[in-house]
Design a protein around this ligand. Sequence first.
Ligand code: FPP
Length: 236
Amino acid sequence: MSAAPNTPEHIAIIMDGNGRWAKERGLPRRNGHRAGAESVREAVETCKELGVKYLTLYAFSSENWSRPQSEVDALMVLLDRFLAEKTPELNRQNVRLHTIGNISRLPAKNQKRITKAKEETAQNTDLNLILALSYGAREEITDAVKRIAEQVEGGNLTSDRITKEILSQNLDTAAFPDPDLLVRTSGELRLSNFLLWQLSYAEIVVTKKYWPDFKRADLQAAVEEYSRRHRRFGGL
Ligand code: FPP
């Protein structure tokens, strides 16, 4: 469907609170992640309904590798299952999958599944679902600077021609517009190394709900709050 006026074109979400959701229920943390995967499915559906064109989800940060191996393994299994089960649904819903982050650090099985899911959804045009996996904004910006330095060293660019646009074009997100709205669940007031460059002018909505409890009505409420705000981009 086409979006109502003031609907964000791009929503980014820090999906936080899976562990606390599980702990409060006396369950292992992986159960919280499993419940969180259900919220992912609902967020995709809701974005489709609202006419949002890009949804970026912080699914696994570069810092998350330092969690206990059992939790990392559980997250990788969950990701693999999610893509195996949901790719046909993504196709039915005309959703294209992308990733940002250092995918080469993921287990080979996950890498293969991601490549396959990206290929199988490559023709879809309604919603772009961007999973941030092994992603860290400082690493992304450092890599972009390295690439630009190589272009200068190779004689293809001079330092006086380096612009904000060139930096943007060398980030993992080069093909996507900047997020208009950042949602963070579980009440934490941090960016946690997520899209530091791209979120410069994003509106931020933080909800106290844990990610597994974040459902259609919560995302709709965040979008309504966004649509009431007046974005000035530093002007008047
Ligand atoms: C943060 O909660 C969440 C994560 C580190 C992982 C996010 C993963 C999912 C929502 C499920 C799988 C995703 C896909 C795309 C299938 P936390 O563990 O930091 O929670 P806590 O702060 O309460 O401990």
